[in-house]
Design a protein around this ligand. Structure first.
Ligand SMILES: NC(=O)c1ccc[n+]([C@@H]2O[C@H](COP(=O)([O-])OP(=O)(O)OC[C@H]3O[C@@H](n4cnc5c(N)ncnc54)[C@H](O)[C@@H]3O)[C@@H](O)[C@H]2O)c1
Length: 314
């Protein structure tokens, strides 16, 4: 099997590139990353089971078609991924993220390679308590330039599937938690683990404490990609990929169970809103996918990695 992973050194990609050869023996994996986030350790000690080729290049300019030729799947993870920060660099996020997906999708059309592209559950914004992929247009209310762009990228992929024969899967990922070689600590769960171990107060968005939101264990995120390839799930539909829904209070309590000194402080962020909703994962379940991750396990693994960072506080 031959795979291409754009943004393959990132939080999700660095785990995926190690997972694919476990699932597909002898897999050949082309990794494209522009090093924008300097995740050099993602390339350390890649397993011998995989046949890797790293291409240091920008997905907005590199010639993609020769790299995609013969691919069993192209997994598009390259993006500027800081949603809260996207208010400050709206134009750059819109131009680059949309531009990457457009170029990647068009190159897939040109060589006939199937595409799996990462969208986000942050495209939702609803007064309903639970929302699924068949929701009303009014339930799609992105709360940041990053999420607005994700919705436009989804529409483009659907259009190319309908009009140009693109084979594609669109995954709306929940907020990721869990350990990877190229992991980040700026999204909720990982950031809270970091702060708790360091003895800092957890910086919770003022409105968010009791709001339900969708989360995704990294192990489920990478298995969903392998599953889509195996099942040839390239029907151009959107799938919510969500392990479980939680309030921030749930997350804080789960951390406090491991780091009893954990305290919270409330902060204001422009991305905050009054909405509380769960994201339904029934479509993935109906396709036969089993979510196996758990918030408790993911937290425990993350905290364990950091255990000696602060005098054994964890
Ligand atoms: N982490 C999450 O909680 C989450 C949730 C929902 C969706 N997603 C989506 O999943 C995808 C991967 O997310 P992640 O958490 O691994 O992000 P990440 O920021 O850790 O990784 C993104 C990678 O893309 C690379 N990159 C950025 N611009 C590039 C370009 N122009 N050309 C080549 N490489 C480029 C970066 O160097 C980085 O290694 C993104 O599309 C993201 O929006 C992530």
């Amino acid at each position: 099997m031959r795979f291409v992973v754009t943004g393959g050194l990132g939080h999700i990609g660095s785990r995926l590139i190690r997972y694919l050869p476990q699932r597909f023996k002898g897999a050949e994996i082309v990794i494209i990353d522009n090093m924008a986030t300097q995740r050099y350790p993602s390339l350390f000690d890649l397993p011998d089971e995989g046949r890797y080729r790293f291409v240091e290049a920008d997905a907005t300019t590199v010639a993609l078609e020769p790299l995609f030729e013969g691919a069993d799947a192209v997994v598009n993870l390259a993006a500027i991924t800081d949603a809260a920060g996207s208010f400050a660099n709206r134009e750059k996020v819109e131009r680059e993220n949309y531009g990457i997906t457009e170029r990647v999708a068009l190159a897939c059309v040109a060589v006939g390679a199937p595409l799996i592209t990462a969208s986000s559950t942050s495209v939702y914004g609803t007064q309903k308590s639970r929302v699924d992929e068949d929701c009303e247009a009014s339930d799609l209310a992105p709360q940041s330039p990053y999420a607005e762009t994700k919705l436009r990228e989804e529409a483009l992929v659907a259009e190319l599937a309908a009009g140009r024969g693109l084979k594609a899967t669109i995954f709306r990922y929940g907020t990721i938690f869990g350990v990877s070689p190229g992991m980040r600590f700026h999204t909720a769960v990982n950031k809270f683990c970091w702060q708790a171990v360091l003895g800092q107060k957890l910086t919770v968005w003022r409105t968010a404490y009791d709001q339900m939101r969708p989360y995704l264990d990294l192990s489920d995120a990478v298995e969903a990609i392998a599953f889509a390839v195996e099942k040839k799930m390239f029907d151009a539909r959107v799938y919510n990929v969500v392990t479980s829904n939680h309030t921030v209070r749930d997350v804080v309590e789960a951390i406090r169970a491991r780091v009893p000194s954990t305290e919270v402080t409330f902060v204001d962020e422009r991305i905050m809103n009054q909405l509380s909703y769960e994201v339904d994962n029934t479509r993935m379940l109906a396709a036969g996918f089993q979510f196996k991750g758990s918030l408790q396990t993911g937290l425990a693994e993350t905290i364990a990695r950091l255990r000696n960072m602060n005098g054994g506080a964890a």
